[in-house]
Design a protein around this ligand. Structure first.
Ligand SMILES: *[C@@H]1O[C@H](CO)[C@@H](O)[C@H](O)[C@H]1NC(C)=O
Ligand SMILES: *[C@@H]1O[C@H](CO)[C@@H](O)[C@H](O)[C@H]1NC(C)=O
Ligand SMILES: *[C@@H]1O[C@H](CO)[C@@H](O)[C@H](O)[C@H]1NC(C)=O
Ligand SMILES: *[C@@H]1O[C@H](CO)[C@@H](O)[C@H](O)[C@H]1NC(C)=O
Ligand SMILES: *[C@@H]1O[C@H](CO)[C@@H](O)[C@H](O)[C@H]1NC(C)=O
Ligand SMILES: *[C@@H]1O[C@H](CO)[C@@H](O)[C@H](O)[C@H]1NC(C)=O
Ligand SMILES: *[C@@H]1O[C@H](CO)[C@@H](O)[C@H](O)[C@H]1NC(C)=O
Length: 267
């Protein structure tokens, strides 16, 4: 009802989709998840309160979007002249192999499989909310790669992320709702996720995957040129293959920016 009185796409896009929220059973045994969700709902509540006192609803203006900067070592900035095309929350798994059977070897990255959800308006309106969304989303497994919206928000699906070979991450942003293009990529730069980045579901895991700058390969459509992976949550493999199966998945979430806006940086 608040979406009707408040003609404002951004908050409506993160507003709770209560019927899909089946989190309560066993909640007391999961204090860390509860704390993550409680921080999220508190922030949402504050936005609603702030919105009520505004004379006009905030507008989804991409000029206000910011690119989070890794600290202490930032990724190279976006190339000059690029404008913001899309911001998505990616939710899925990082895949690893321990196929050699060597228990002391490190698991080998096979790639990722994730569903992308449209967060462009949140990026331009509430970057603080956006920065915690990967960790919130990490607490809920997808029921399928085609899950229409991202629990516990109602962000709509905007594409899929997968690997066509181990060095080629692909982003397919061509859905029935919108065609923002297709981007086969290669890695341009990587920096460790900041200290304190969410380690995994329930705060337990091997840490957050690195922040990345990707550049598109030949064949990209939709004017996509550079893609950043930031605000990562979970996804890292254990240090060794000890006790691990031949292949395994680690749940992760991240913010993907296609391509970042001008150099307005969020420290
Ligand atoms: C979905 O993505 C498109 C392209 O980035 C953007 O114009 C639109 O505002 C987005 N919608 C929401 C609700 O974020
Ligand atoms: C197993 O992996 C470790 C660590 O990479 C390496 O030092 C060792 O040589 C490997 N053992 C075999 C049998 O390949
Ligand atoms: C998500 O799925 C993995 C198996 O892929 C499972 O180990 C994990 O407990 C699930 N997490 C939640 C929060 O349901
Ligand atoms: C992976 O795919 C890319 C793009 O199609 C190609 O350029 C590259 O040679 C491939 N790499 C391997 C190891 O097959
Ligand atoms: C997007 O998908 C539609 C339907 O599959 C297809 O006709 C169109 O060519 C695609 N666009 C791009 C840029 O590949
Ligand atoms: C990353 O991009 C910069 C600027 O385009 C380029 O100079 C550099 O060679 C690239 N590095 C890699 C590893 O692709
Ligand atoms: C790894 O990713 C592929 C898709 O790329 C998927 O089909 C598979 O189930 C995943 N999991 C494992 C353990 O390989």
């Amino acid at each position: 009802m608040f979406c009707k009185t408040w003609v404002m796409s951004a908050l409506c896009a993160v507003a709770l989709s209560a019927p899909t929220l089946t989190y309560n059973p066993g909640a007391v045994e999961r204090p860390v998840e509860m704390q993550i969700l409680s921080e999220y709902f508190q922030m949402l509540g504050d936005k609603v309160q702030a919105g009520r006192s505004m004379s006009e609803a905030p507008v989804c203006n991409m000029n206000n979007a910011v690119l989070p900067v890794a600290s202490p070592t930032p990724l190279p900035p976006p190339s000059a002249g690029l404008s913001l095309k899309h911001v998505a929350i990616g939710r899925g798994t990082q895949n690893y192999s321990c196929a050699t059977g060597n228990q002391t070897a490190a698991p080998v990255a096979l790639g990722a499989l994730a569903t992308l959800y449209n967060a462009t308006c949140i990026a331009s309106t509430y970057p603080d909310l956006l920065s915690i969304l990967p960790n919130v989303a990490l607490q809920f497994n997808l029921t399928s790669p085609d899950q229409a919206s991202l629990s516990p928000s109602n962000l709509a699906i905007s594409g899929h992320h997968f690997f066509s070979n181990t060095t080629t991450p692909d982003f397919n942003l061509n859905t029935t709702a919108m065609d923002l293009g297709f981007a086969p990529c290669s890695k341009n730069n990587t920096v460790a996720a900041p200290t304190g980045a969410p380690k995994g579901q329930g705060g337990v895991g091997n840490g957050a995957v690195a922040w990345l700058k990707l550049v598109t390969r030949d064949g990209a459509t939709g004017g996509l040129e550079e893609i950043y992976r930031v605000n990562t949550a979970g996804g890292n493999q254990p240090a060794t293959c000890a006790g691990m199966p031949t292949t395994f998945e680690v749940q992760y979430a991240a913010e993907y920016v296609f391509p970042p806006f001008h150099l307005k940086l969020l420290q």
